[in-house]
Design a protein around this ligand. Structure first.
Ligand code: GN1
Ligand code: MG
Length: 343
């Protein structure tokens, strides 16, 4: 991190008395832990990736709005506490036009990268369900989507078609089986379009990044303590949040697994996710009818997004080897098949 003294002093911290440590988590933003050695206070310092979050001001506005709405219902809820700069701004903008923000570190907590018990699945689903449920009286129109059309499957499908039309023959040939498979499951897009056009289910405030590492667990009791990473909170459908938990938790291995035989459905985890979510939030009848669609919807969309990025020559997701996005797409196509066989 360059110019760190300027960044820290913008938040009224003295670089000479702070330790800065980069964390490895997060593919999108760059994150550091700042420890003030005099006050012993710790913070999360983040450089927001403005090529993805084009409107960082929307993020901070949404976080403030959500915090106020949640605290009005539950004054003890651990909301995200962001620090203003000495100019009373949400971000420090450095001389390279990078946006930096400083968030209070929540002490005595730990994160889990991959889920290993059914109870964790239940607790995670309950926590994200509760988050949306606490926001149910919020006026969704006051929230600005930090990534417009983030989970708009119809648009993701159009982006995929554009990528296909513009890619080279080699990538097209390598991706062919997976393109064909996704085209054969186009019904998943049709169902989404119908949800939209018929307004079948309510727009709620969703979290939109419901992976287990976005829950802070108490370091001693291992009970969930806080939901973090509120960057993508936005109006959306419950199928996004529930679906992404199913996508990331029903199978023991994640989206980078290349041995497709390891993609196995864990029924007990699936059931725990559904019960945890349902116990936390009152769903409408139409929403209940879409419980089994949620996981397929998100897995289909993620397969499409990885394949699109592969066809686009890897401009969005970080990769560590040349065909990783194709491998991720294969993984998600297999997961989709497994979900369709089991749900
Ligand atoms: C990105 O980097 P991470 O894990 O927070 C992506 C999600 C995808 C996920 C797939 C802003 O999230 O939508 O589901 O990768 N976030 C953004 O691993 O695009
Ligand atoms: Mg995130």
């Amino acid at each position: 991190m360059n110019n760190n003294a300027a960044i820290l002093s913008a938040f009224n911290l003295d670089a000479n008395q702070c330790l800065i440590e980069k964390t490895s988590t997060g593919l999108i933003n760059q994150t550091f832990i700042v420890s003030d050695t005099i006050s012993s206070k710790r913070f999360i310092l983040q450089k927001v990736n403005t090529s993805i979050f084009k409107n960082p001001i929307a993020i901070s506005a949404n976080i403030k709005l959500a915090s106020a709405c949640i605290l009005a219902v539950d004054e003890d809820y651990p909301v995200i506490k962001t620090n203003q700069t000495i100019k009373d701004e949400d971000y420090f903008i450095d001389d390279q036009n990078c946006y930096w923000r400083l968030i209070d570190f929540i002490e005595n907590t730990t994160t889990i990268d991959s889920i290993s018990t059914v109870d964790q699945a239940y607790q995670t689903a309950y926590s994200f369900g509760k988050f949306t449920s606490l926001l149910q009286n919020a006026n969704t129109e006051n929230f600005i989507p930090s990534i417009p059309d983030f989970h708009n499957l119809d648009l993701r499908f159009e982006e995929f078609k554009t990528a296909y039309a513009n890619t080279d023959e080699e990538r097209k040939a390598k991706a062919k089986d997976y393109i064909d498979y996704l085209l054969s499951r186009i019904e998943i897009v049709t169902i989404f379009k119908n949800i939209e056009s018929e307004k079948l289910i309510p727009k709620r405030i969703i979290h939109a990044d419901t992976k287990i590492s976005n829950i802070l667990f108490d370091a001693h009791s291992f009970h969930p303590k806080a939901v973090i990473d509120w960057d993508t909170i936005m109006p959306g459908y419950f199928i996004s949040d529930l679906g992404d938990m199913i996508r990331t938790m029903v199978c023991e291995t994640g989206e980078n697994e290349t041995n497709l035989d390891n993609i196995v459905f864990r029924k007990d985890y699936y059931e725990a996710i559904i019960s945890g979510y349902k116990d936390a939030i009152q769903l409408t009848e139409n929403e209940l009818n879409l419980l089994s669609y949620a996981g397929k919807f998100m897995t289909y969309m993620q397969a499409l997004r990885f394949l699109t990025d592969y066809l686009n020559h890897d401009v969005y997701y970080n990769i560590t080897y040349p065909e990783q996005n194709l491998d991720r797409a294969k993984n998600q196509c297999r997961l989709l098949q497994v979900l369709e066989e089991n749900i």
